[in-house]
Design a binder for this molecule. Structure first.
Ligand code: PBG
Length: 330
């Protein structure tokens, strides 16, 4: 039946009716809050291109994480800034590296908060690439061993989820094997399965001091034009034992989120990355957009596309609004 019997506007007139027929409900249970850990005590170093975000020493990081947890955010994702960088990125898998220190501190402060640990080499290598080099290229197979060591070290420190973001082939299998061998067969892996070579990572590289010193990451991260390839990446990672697959970035890749969700029916995470955050912050600071509404519309869009889990620097702000129930006014 068409117009005038059918009038789509009938269910849009009243706020409570709109709430009742809303198809996507953003929940705090979905949120993961990314944080940057650095050495020291009492350190909070603001990141210019990511207003509100900072490099935090373990004590300050624990405070920030507790604040997020109090707001209802269930999980944080940790990135580390090492004391020294070297070609092998050795602090990435050092027992006394920044991530194990931060994980232990967090777990002491707030045992119920889920700690996700990003596993990658780029913050730790002097050349800024995501693995060990052979000549000017990242040596895939040599890097696997380093990543697996890092995964085990983070799990031993108490990390609840291991999240490799390096895009080496075979890393999920390598990390799964080493975790199992070390007795962490119950620790899940969230694979950054479809991670694109994106310009939206710019602010993060300032935050994590991880920009490549030569070349770029196109030799290992995905071409933004590809979609079928994302399904192959996700299929391989799932075969190798990934428990959750991630699509990253989120906003320009919502079709990928939907395809991965529809094809595999597994838990899908989406990373609302630093550049996406910076765009919204910058426009809002100029008074050009309404920050809260654009933020909620963005996160809702990512969830609507099929993401079960959303990593976002907006996690605390979003949790505040979700708690107030102000989604209805969107
Ligand atoms: C590390 C890593 C990156 C991000 C997450 N893990 C940067 C990159 O690949 O260059 C980006 C996150 C963001 O932009 O918010 N490999």
């Amino acid at each position: 039946m068409g117009f005038p019997q059918t009038r789509m506007r009938r269910l849009r007139r009243l706020p409570h009716l709109r709430d009742m027929v809303r198809e996507t409900r953003l929940s705090m249970d979905q949120l993961v809050y990314p944080l940057f850990a650095c050495h020291g005590k009492g350190v909070r170093r603001e990141i210019d291109s990511m207003p509100g975000c900072a490099q935090l020493s373990p004590d300050r990081l624990a405070e920030e994480a507790c604040e997020a947890a109090d707001l209802g955010v269930p999980a944080v994702m940790l990135f580390g800034i090492p004391k020294h960088k070297d070609p092998q990125g050795s602090e990435a898998y050092a027992e006394d590296g920044i991530i194990p220190i931060a994980v232990r501190e967090l777990k002491r402060a707030r045992p119920d908060l889920l700690v996700w640990a990003d596993v990658c080499m780029c913050e730790y290598t002097s050349h800024g690439h995501c693995g060990a080099l052979r000549g000017e290229e990242v040596d895939n197979d040599a890097t696997l061993e380093l990543l697996a060591r890092a995964g085990v070290v983070y799990a031993r420190a108490g990390a609840d989820v291991i999240a490799p973001s390096d895009m080496m082939d075979g890393r999920i299998g390598a990390i799964r094997r080493e975790l199992d061998r070390a007795g962490f067969e119950s620790t899940p892996i969230c694979s950054y399965a479809a991670k694109y070579a994106s310009a939206f990572y710019g602010p993060f590289r300032e935050a994590a001091e991880s920009a490549p010193q030569f070349g770029d990451r196109r030799g290992y991260q995905m071409d933004p034009a590809n979609s079928d390839e994302a399904l192959r990446e996700a299929a391989l990672d799932l075969e190798e034992g990934a428990d959750i697959v991630m699509v990253k970035p989120a906003m320009a890749y919502m079709d990928i989120i939907r395809r991965v969700k529809d094809r595999f029916g597994v838990p899908v995470a989406a990373y609302n990355v630093s550049g996406e955050y910076a765009l919204i912050k910058a426009a809002a600071q100029r008074g050009w957009i309404d920050e809260q509404r654009v933020m909620m519309e963005t996160l809702t869009g990512i969830a609507r596309a099929g993401a079960d889990i959303i990593l976002s620097y907006f996690a605390k702000d979003a949790a505040r609004l979700i708690r107030k129930g102000s989604l209805g006014s969107m």
